[in-house]
Design a protein around this ligand. Structure first.
Ligand SMILES: *Cc1c(COP(=O)(O)O)cnc(C)c1O
Length: 437
């Protein structure tokens, strides 16, 4: 399969190049040249298949031309070593819990898949073991933990996680600073933007790129975002298994729009999703686009659903391209919602009091958009993108609870923190990397 750039100025790439490079030369995002629809027989039988087998069918449609099928099956099975169950919250609203992976958030799926696919491509072409690939990732919290754990122990790949000193929560920090092995945490004396600037400068520095092979594990990478389609298919299968057959509305708490974009791909492949809702926090750039037809990106503002604090969603380019830049067509499939912190907190309290279900601040946006927007003949699934314990302080404050920290998370917290202190000056970061083998 060939991948073209959404900016249309770069040559098409094969899957390997798209995965290793991440971004096209013209700074556009890679899109697959064709999106295959899956056969009717697959949808007729989907409720009888396991999550892994459903995902393997989907993965074959995307990657089957470029990856040996046995290897692809191993990659998919190994990625999905945990479940993504659909849980009933109210009569017609269900939560798709994407937080049962190693770092308790949905990014685990894409990060694990990408790590395994990258290993596949490098092992197949690398003649000696002496040149590892180095993944650089800047994080404000969740991405670093998913990427670090996804790549942990993966042969031939070293990961450097850059994070702002004192700006990530202790729970998040321990998820990438306690791992050791092929994961190095770099504690930058600065803010998230400084971390991102260091990573960008590193990719552009010729001398550094001659010294070591660098790549990014950013959410714009096709190997991170496409596998997120797997759990949309699996959610549908679970609904069908329960005999639920009303028109399905899927609501996605959105920041960079990678997650919802994967859902739109799933629909394009034939998955019977009636429509989507993109739920935003106060960062309402996409919501405004739907209201006005004008896309007006701007700096983000801080909210309690901080993984969605994005003012210029990078995957907007993919959504726009998928619909041939047709505003009306986008509005047919997607509607929007935007909520203030106060509304998010109210929703968390309301759901908890009415049903006992604990939403995290991101999932709460998803629930509320369905509660407000679902028609009587429809049923809704919102993506619960993280375990509430990842935001324990916020959740306990709002709900007056003392929610339990899952064993997986506690295990991280027991580990010893190891990190490399770093200034925000590129020369220092470069000097450090030049010393690495
Ligand atoms: C990353 C993240 C999101 C936003 O997902 P996008 O793909 O960037 O839209 C939502 N919730 C949580 C918990 C996240 O970590």
């Amino acid at each position: 399969m060939e991948y073209y750039s959404t900016n249309g100025q770069a040559p098409v790439a094969d899957l390997k190049k798209a995965v290793v490079k991440g971004l096209a030369e013209d700074k556009g995002l890679y899109m697959p040249q064709t999106i295959k629809t899956l056969p009717k027989a697959f949808f007729d039988e989907i409720h009888n298949l396991s999550f892994q087998d459903i995902a393997y069918n989907v993965a074959s449609a995307f990657f089957g031309e470029d990856v040996d099928l046995d290897a692809l099956q191993d990659i998919v099975y190994d990625t999905l070593s945990f479940d993504c169950p659909v849980v009933k919250v109210t009569d017609n609203i269900y939560s798709l819990e994407l937080f049962h992976g190693p770092t308790l958030a949905f990014k685990d799926v894409g990060a694990r898949f990408m790590a395994r696919l990258l290993r596949y491509f490098t092992q197949n072409t690398r003649k000696t073991k002496s040149h590892p690939i180095n993944v650089l990732v800047a994080t404000s919290g969740d991405t670093g933990s998913a990427v670090a754990n996804g790549f942990l122990g993966v042969d031939g790949i070293h990961v450097y996680v850059l994070y702002p000193k004192g700006k990530v929560s202790p729970i998040q920090e321990c998820q990438f600073t306690t791992l050791g092995k092929n994961i190095t945490a770099i504690e930058v004396d600065g803010v998230f933007d400084d971390c991102q600037a260091l990573v960008k400068s590193a990719f552009m520095d010729e001398e550094l790129n001659q010294h070591m092979k660098l790549t990014s594990a950013n959410s714009i990478n096709v190997a991170r975002f496409l596998p997120q389609a797997f759990y949309y298919f699996n959610a549908y299968a679970q609904m069908k298994r329960q005999g639920l057959d009303r028109p399905l509305v899927v609501c996605v708490p959105s920041g960079n729009f990678g997650n919802i974009c994967a859902g739109l791909f799933a629909k394009r492949m034939g998955l019977p999703i009636e429509r989507f809702i993109a739920a935003n926090n106060a960062n309402s750039v996409f919501y405004e686009y739907l209201q006005t037809g004008k896309y007006n990106p701007r700096p983000s503002i801080q909210t309690i659903a901080n993984a969605m604090d994005v003012g210029a969603p990078s995957n907007f380019a993919r959504v726009y391209d998928l619909y041939n830049k047709d505003y009306e067509a986008i509005c047919q499939d997607i509607s929007g919602a935007t909520y203030s912190d106060a509304q998010i907190a109210d929703t968390m309290r309301e759901v908890y009091q009415k049903t006992g279900y604990v939403c995290d601040p991101h999932g709460a946006c998803g629930y509320r958009a369905l509660a407000e927007g679902l028609r009587a003949d429809e049923m809704g699934v919102f993506l619960e993108t993280a375990h509430p314990a990842k935001f324990k302080t916020t959740v306990d404050d709002i709900l007056r609870t003392d929610i339990e920290i899952p064993a997986k998370l506690q295990a991280f917290m027991k580990g010893t923190k190891q990190s490399v202190p770093m200034t925000k000056e590129f020369d220092d970061f470069k000097a450090y990397l030049m010393q690495q083998p």
